[in-house]
Design a protein around this ligand. Structure first.
Ligand code: ATP
Ligand code: MG
Length: 461
């Protein structure tokens, strides 16, 4: 059933039930009040009659007969001594509940149909302890039938007014709930979820507001996820095109040199050797490239587990520095290394990768006669590695991008200095793998400082 109809219907149903309960209680109370009033009156009358003599009682009896009321005098044994309506009654009255009560508590009352006249009576009886008789007065008692009849028009009126009022209120209530719900569902259907913003009005009820707020934030979350996915898709596409491009360059050279050798155009032995050296160099470059790509993709995969072991930092540092000895000397670089005797628990290749890539950059992007300062020390659980150079520096705009795969700053210079732009991406991935942090400070023409902090320290001996 339509929600609106359902709401109105349940309102009306509740109203009818409450109305019925209300009136039942009202009639119950009215009945009690009427009964009480009549009882009190009858007892008062009985108290007067009780003190009358036989003759007077009979006079009153006659008078009461005209009022359809019954006066009975009963002795202690239940024998009817006098009745104003029926002349002789043989039946014992001791079992009548009003008589029983009167004998026990001096007065008693009961409502029931009279066997003699067949109408409802209110029986009241008083026991006179001195004369040992029970005087009983019974008057017709219709409860509230008559008053109800009198009340009927106002009852119907009240009922109708309440009915109409409840109907109006329930309709209004239904509208204030249903209209916003309809608006909300319409908005949901007409909005391209995750693609557009969704804004609802402020509704009266906090529950509705909670719903709209939840939808709004869900929509925002979906849209964030979509843009994240799109960003990742773009990064992937760029990665594939960059990777194929980078791989193609050395391959083209290799193919070129191989063809040259195959056609036997080069006869000179030395030249042949140079050709083979170049093929070797390009192949090595390709191998390095593929290794770098693999390293990144491994670090990105969620299942990847590094093979951890204890690594002595000064040893590793010296081994890496040795590899750069020649290029450092060629550039006339002054290198200052301050390495504390740290022991870390990590994948050796990862730490080696960090040192190698960062030192390689500090050498490559330095100037003739420049300086490199390296510091390695421990702070709490962290190994801090700081490398500073007096090289060409990185512009503000490029500082954020140099960590992206294949990104190389300063296009002009990049053509001269070899590299693929994967070094810092690897560094970033390794640092992320260990939940470490990385900081880059750089100023163009002044130099660059990179500080890594990795929570891998075992001891600082
Ligand atoms: P690869 O390291 O893969 O051989 P690469 O050195 O070009 O190539 P990254 O190490 O990722 O790649 O560095 C990205 C870019 O950031 C570099 O091309 C360079 O422009 C810039 N860069 C990195 N380190 C420095 C530095 N110490 N000083 C100046 N520029 C730097
Ligand atoms: Mg590099």
């Amino acid at each position: 059933m339509e929600m609106r109809k359902k709401i109105i219907r349940s309102f009306m149903f509740t109203f009818l039930i409450s109305f019925l309960i209300g009136f039942t209680i009202l009639f119950g109370i009215m009945y009690m009040v009427f009964l009480n009033t009549q009882q009190t009156r009858q007892f008062d009358q009985l108290r007067i009659i009780e003190n009358m003599n036989e003759v007077e009682k009979k006079d009153v009896g006659k008078y009461l007969e005209k009022l359809d009321s019954r006066l009975t005098v009963i002795d202690e044994d239940g024998q009817v001594l006098y009745d104003n309506i029926v002349d002789t009654i043989d039946e014992n009255h001791l079992e009548r509940s009003e008589v029983k009560q009167a004998l026990a508590q001096t007065q008693g009352s009961a409502v029931r149909k009279s066997d003699t006249t067949n109408i409802d009576y209110l029986y009241t009886a008083i026991y006179d302890e001195t004369s040992h008789i029970i005087v009983r007065l019974a008057t017709p008692f219709d409860g509230i039938a008559q008053s109800s009849f009198a009340l009927l028009p106002s009852f119907i009126m009240a009922f109708l007014i309440a009915l109409v009022t409840v109907w109006f209120i329930s309709k209004r209530m239904a509208s204030t709930i249903i209209l916003p719900l309809q608006e909300i569902s319409q908005k949901i259907w007409t909005t391209r979820i995750g693609k557009e913003k969704i804004r609802f009005e402020m509704y009266q009820y906090p529950e509705l507001y909670e719903i709209t707020e939840a939808i709004e934030s869900m929509n925002e979350e979906i849209s964030e996820n979509i843009s994240q996915l799109e960003k990742e898709k773009k990064i992937r596409q760029e990665f594939f095109s960059n990777a194929s491009h980078e791989l193609k360059t050395p391959l083209t050279s290799i193919i070129g040199y191989t063809e040259l050798l195959k056609t036997n155009t080069i006869t000179d032995k030395e030249q042949k050797q140079r050709c083979l050296d170049l093929i070797m160099k390009e192949s090595q470059h390709m191998k390095q490239l593929v290794e770098d790509i693999l390293t990144i993709s491994k670090l990105e995969s969620e299942e990847y587990k590094a093979s951890l072991s204890h690594v002595s930092i000064p040893e590793l540092m010296n081994a890496v520095l040795d590899r750069f000895q020649v290029s450092m000397e060629t550039m006339g670089l002054i290198v200052d290394v301050q390495c504390d005797p740290l022991l870390v628990y990590a994948d050796k290749r990862h730490i080696e990768g960090l040192f190698e890539n960062l030192i390689s950059n500090a050498v490559k992007y330095n100037v003739q006669g420049g300086k490199i300062s390296i510091a390695c020390y421990g702070v709490n659980q962290d190994m801090i590695f700081k490398i500073q150079d007096t090289g060409i520096g990185i512009s503000k705009e490029d500082q954020e991008r140099v960590f992206q795969r294949f990104y190389r700053a300063d296009k002009q210079r990049s053509k001269v200095i070899s590299g693929t732009g994967l070094g810092l991406a690897i560094v970033k991935h390794i640092v992320q793998y260990y939940d470490g942090s990385i900081k880059l400070e750089s100023e163009e023409k002044k130099g660059t400082a990179i500080t890594l902090s990795l929570p891998v320290l075992v001891k600082d001996h």
